[in-house]
Design a protein around this ligand. Structure first.
Ligand code: NAP
Length: 448
């Protein structure tokens, strides 16, 4: 199955219902023709990086033709499947794979990647069978980035708030039945090294019906040290400190039924099995201390361990890009396509943008800037005649190939029909949309 969006029309003709494409779906751009007059460009991946790159090219080259390919039957990549449903104004992040824990017990039922969990509640078809068991009292999230906070928030948000979002009905039902009362968010380093940002922390602190669990001992001496750190980190740490030391506003929630906590200086060492060995029952954490200071400080084990009982473990250690094809260079260590300003090394005519270009970091604005730069590089090369010569068949060849494999692509106008169906189903239950999650149902609706 493939989605093909042909963008001869100007960017402004794209639906305005998704104004703020977020970050980081990896994308590749292949220039098919050296004829500067009517360049044909193919973008692989319809996430934010793909769209922003296409937008830049179309805006700055009146005769460019861009085809965007997507393996899902719906566009927008992780704008649709990655961003928390209660962040409709943001819509974000990408990359294909997650960093694995690499510890004993990781394969036990009850251990999930945050990426799969996010895909599950956002309607990503491949994650719909995840069936997370939320019958436990305590969940542990490993990693202290924004994805960890997204997942913690979704686990603890009052259901009536989620009911107004585009979270899938199946996820909503599972969360209605959830018994999870406490969520620990565990980091191998300290409060000065957390990877999440202040907006997401503030949302946690203000989450109705929850209370924060922070150990003031983790913050000893921090007041003096934050004077030297850059301003965003300083403000973030001040908020953590204020929350940990119970400044005004923090104590009235002492009786809140649910809690979330940050555990610092703890690195995952093993997932502990239940007595019958059938599922996860906790995490063994290696206690760490820091070597060095600031962002670059390294966590080293002290030799002590601590067991944290829980029934659900979510690993949220960051994302990784996967190689797209053996013909495309890939650096498996960095998880990126080697490139100079988006120009793929040793592959004339091939460009990259998004997380596959720079690694899985940054927010919407980062991917937007980065994708515009890739678009700019491509147009410069086009003008300088640096692209491969000779005619290219472009979409005609792809169409023939798909036809020979019996694949009927979903076009952008097909997507518009699915979009209208989702919005209409959502209206009847007070949501912005009810996402279609079954590709077969999508095809049936399209009469394919
Ligand atoms: P991330 O920001 O890279 O955070 C990963 C976390 O995992 C860090 O705390 C990191 O600790 C920890 N970690 C990594 N490897 C580890 C290991 N081997 N053992 C223990 N801990 C380990 O990744 P993310 O949360 O997946 O987010 C990815 C990007 O998307 C970020 O740029 C994020 O800001 C963005 N994002 C933004 C939003 C939003 O704006 N609302 C939402 C979601 C995601 P160390 O620092 O010690 O390595």
């Amino acid at each position: 199955m493939a989605l093909r969006c042909s963008c001869r029309w100007p960017w402004s003709a794209w639906p305005r219902t998704r104004p703020s494409f977020a970050r980081n779906t990896p994308s590749l751009c292949q220039q098919f023709s050296t004829q500067e007059i009517n360049p044909q460009i193919c973008v692989v991946g319809s996430g934010p990086a793909g769209f922003y790159t296409a937008q830049h090219v179309l805006k700055h080259h009146a005769k460019a033709h861009v085809d965007i390919y997507e393996r899902q039957p719906v566009p927008f990549g992780l704008v649709r499947f990655g961003v928390a449903p209660d962040h409709p104004e943001v819509k974000s992040y990408g990359a294909e794979d997650h960093q694995t824990l690499g510890v004993q017990g990781e394969q036990l039922p009850g251990v999930l990647s945050a990426r799969a969990f996010v895909g599950w509640y956002n309607g990503l078809p491949e994650n719909q069978a995840l069936a997370p068991d939320l019958s436990c009292d305590t969940a542990v999230i490993l990693g202290q980035g924004n994805v960890a906070l997204d997942v913690a928030r979704i686990l603890l948000t009052p259901i009536e708030h989620l009911e107004k979002t585009d979270i899938t009905e199946a996820a909503l039902e599972a969360l209605r039945q959830s018994q999870v009362k406490t969520v620990w968010i565990v980091g191998r380093r300290g409060p000065l090294q957390v990877a999440f940002t202040i907006k997401e922390l503030r949302e946690m602190i203000q989450l109705p019906g929850t209370r924060p669990l922070l150990d003031p001992a983790d913050f000893l001496g921090l007041q003096d040290r934050i004077k030297e750190v850059p301003r965003p980190r300083k403000r973030l740490t001040e908020l953590l400190l204020q929350t940990a030391t119970g400044q005004p506003g923090a104590d009235h929630r002492a009786r809140a039924p649910r809690a979330w906590g940050l555990r610092f200086f703890r690195s995952p060492q093993q997932v502990l099995p239940s007595p019958d060995g059938q599922r996860a029952a906790g995490v063994r954490l290696a206690v760490t201390r820091l070597e060095g200071t600031g962002e670059a400080a390294r966590a080293v084990p002290t030799g002590d361990v601590e067991d944290l009982p829980c029934g659900l473990v979510l690993s949220s250690l960051g994302y990784r890009s996967r190689p797209i094809d053996p013909s495309v260079p890939f650096d498996p260590k960095l998880g990126i396509i080697p490139n100079t300003e988006g120009r793929v090394v040793d592959a004339p005519g091939l460009y990259c943008s998004g997380w596959v270009k720079r690694g899985p970091t940054g927010v919407i604005a980062t991917t937007m800037t980065d994708s515009f730069l890739t678009g700019q590089t491509l147009l410069q090369d086009l003008k300088a005649g640096l692209l491969p010569s000779g005619p290219r068949p472009g979409y005609a060849a792809i169409q023939a190939l798909l036809g020979s494999r019996g694949v009927r692509p979903v076009s952008f106008s097909d997507w518009e029909k699915l979009d209208a169906e989702e919005v209409s189903r959502g209206q009847s239950v007070g949501k912005p949309r009810e996402k279609l999650v079954d590709p077969q149902e999508m095809l049936r609706l399209l009469g394919h």
